[in-house]
Ligand binder design. Structure first.
Ligand SMILES: CC(C)(COP(=O)(O)OP(=O)(O)OC[C@H]1O[C@@H](n2cnc3c(N)ncnc32)[C@H](O)[C@@H]1OP(=O)(O)O)[C@@H](O)C(=O)NCCC(=O)NCCS
Length: 192
C-alpha cells in the first residue's frame, strides 16, 4: 500500500444533531452500557463487560488512526451521548485491505444514521488512508446490516460458511461477505 500523509482524524456533523467524533477515555461508561444492548451484544465480535478492558479498547481505538492501523469513530447525539460506533481496522497492510464494523443503539436505528456514518467513514479511509479494499461481513440473517452494506456500495461477494463464531453464545455463523474497492463507483446517493 502506498503510504499516505496522515492528518488528524476528521470529525463529521451529521443530520439531526448527530456527530461522528473521535473516541475518548470518558466514553468507557457509555460503551459498557451500549454493549449490554441485546442486538449489539449478539452481533459483536468481542464482549466488553468491565471498565478496565473498556479503557484499553478505547485507547486502541484512539491509537488506530495515529498508528495507521485504521479509524474508529463514536457516533454521538446532540448531548454528546454515545449512540453508535463505526470502526475500520487494517487486516493486511501490504494489500491495503481492512474491515468495517458498526452498531447503533436502539434509539437511533431506522433513520439512516448507520448508512451515513459508514458511508462517510468509507470515503475517508479510502481517500485519506489510501486503502485498496474494505471488507464487510455480517450474519446472513442480519438483513438490516446487509441493507447498510449495499447502500454504502459494498458489493455482495458470497457466503462464508461458518465464517464467524460469536462470543455471546459461541454460535458458528454463516456470513455474507461484501467489499468495496477504492476503484468502485460509490453509491449514487450515499444517504440511501
Ligand atoms: C445494523 C444496524 C447498524 C443497522 O441500523 P439501521 O438503523 O437499520 O441502519 P440505518 O441507520 O442506515 O437506517 C436505515 C433505515 O432507516 C431508513 N432511513 C430513513 N431515512 C434514511 C436516510 N436518509 N438514509 C438511509 N436510510 C434511511 C431506511 O429506509 C432504513 O430502513 P430499512 O432498512 O427498513 O429500509 C443496526 O440494526 C444495529 O446496530 N444492529 C445491531 C448490531 C449489528 O447488527 N451490527 C452490524 C454487525 S455486521
Amino acid at each position: 500500500m502506498t503510504p499516505c500523509r496522515r492528518t488528524r482524524q476528521p470529525v463529521f456533523d451529521l443530520p439531526a444533531g448527530l456527530r461522528l467524533r473521535r473516541w475518548s477515555q470518558d466514553d468507557a461508561p457509555m460503551l459498557l452500557i451500549a454493549m449490554r444492548d441485546p442486538l449489539i451484544r449478539h452481533y459483536s465480535g468481542f464482549l466488553v463487560e468491565d471498565r478496565s478492558p473498556a479503557l484499553a479498547r478505547l485507547q486502541h481505538y484512539t491509537d488506530s488512526w495515529n498508528h495507521g492501523e485504521g479509524a474508529a469513530w463514536a457516533l454521538c447525539d446532540a448531548g454528546d451521548q454515545l449512540v453508535g460506533s463505526v470502526r475500520f481496522a487494517l487486516t493486511d497492510g501490504d494489500l491495503g485491505t481492512g474491515a468495517v464494523g458498526y452498531w447503533l443503539t436502539a434509539q437511533v436505528r431506522g433513520r439512516g444514521a448507520a448508512t451515513t456514518a459508514v458511508g462517510l467513514g468509507t470515503t475517508t479511509v479510502l481517500r485519506q488512508l489510501g486503502w485498496h479494499r474494505i471488507e464487510l461481513r455480517h450474519a446472513v440473517e442480519n438483513e438490516r446490516s446487509c441493507r447498510v452494506a449495499r447502500r454504502c456500495g459494498y458489493r455482495f461477494e458470497g457466503v462464508l460458511r461458518a465464517g464467524m463464531r460469536y462470543p455471546d453464545d459461541g454460535r458458528w455463523s454463516d456470513e455474507h461477505l461484501h467489499a468495496r474497492l477504492a476503484g468502485d463507483e460509490g453509491p449514487r446517493d450515499p444517504g440511501r
